[in-house]
Design a protein around this ligand. Sequence first.
Ligand SMILES: Cc1ncc(COP(=O)(O)O)c(C=O)c1O
Length: 388
Amino acid sequence: MTKTWGIHTRAIHAGDEDTRDVAPPLHLTNTYRFHSAEEAARAFETEALPIYTRWGNPTLALMEHKIAALEGAEAAVATASGMAAVSAALLTALQAGDHVIATTGLYSGTYHLIAEELPRYGITVTEVAGDDPGNFAAAIRPATRAIYLESPGNPTLGLNDLAAIANVARAHGVTTLVDNTFATPYNQRPLDLGIDVVIHSATKFLGGHGDAMGGAVAGSSDFITRARKGAIRKFGGCIAPFNAWLIARGIETFPLRMARHNANALRVAEWLSERPDVAWVRYPWHAAHPQHALARQQMPGGGGGVVVFELAGGTKAGVRLLDGVQLITRTVSLGDTRTLITHAASTTHRSVPRAARAAAGITDGLVRLAVGLEDIEDIVADLDRALG
Ligand SMILES: Cc1ncc(COP(=O)(O)O)c(C=O)c1O
């Protein structure tokens, strides 16, 4: 039934088919009682019954079913954070001796994991600019096993042509993974475009309220079973049931919220682009985005909730703006109900070497605005007053 449901119905009902509770219960338990030694032995043999929360738990399963249903995936596994999802997916796809190609436009935590940690495990890495599928084709070697993407990328909002890159990868038997945190399944469904594995920081739009860290990997049953039994069980990055419950609850209103994030962000991008004190604005659904046509095709639901821009006065003016806002919250992260403002070069991407920042298009003055759900007039008025 899930397959024929619309996105709002899936967000609300997926995963609750097997319980008599109308509001999903929170299973705060580490272990499950066995009625007999024989039942315990059978549970371990078949894994058909819940055993231990790191292995699985009905509240985790609720969150997993919702994310799989939203992404159109056979299965999903919930993780302790977005980074636990990124690492679980990479550890499942790769082993020593393998080669991975990654786009340069990555969240800084993912950048460090790929550029610094993976080589410690005997995995070689090539980084390529993500805007040309030809770059991925040219970088493929006999040892290449995975292509890692993030579209739109954090914070530059650069896009990867998912269908074209998936085609290149398929022809070489290479697994494609994409971080869909910024786009969300409301706007973009990578598996429908031929991508193999989708990764989420559910800390952001899926949970949506800035109160629960979590993540997920979605894909084929085979890949997810390997991730669950390998990376999650053995490296241990399972999500806490309470966080899974909060995120599953957040997901019930995720499509409604996302439509408003999209609408508010587009309005902010349009407003900023008309101001003489703004040097440039980037938003996937705004005509000034260099990959605007691809965005409209690949993200049919909307451009997402994040706008980036630089003021004509550069870094100094950007910092003045951050200090001047009153309604908008100075912080990191994105996807909350509130509008959040970040100066990337001095905070989220400070640890990325300057040359790597430049290669990814992260200019020193780049301001990231994660547009929230407040009244658009109030968001714009706060920006207007702070810009002076
Ligand atoms: C695109 C993207 N992926 C992954 C992560 C990591 O998520 P978490 O902070 O939930 O570990 C982030 C965090 O900002 C992100 O922006």
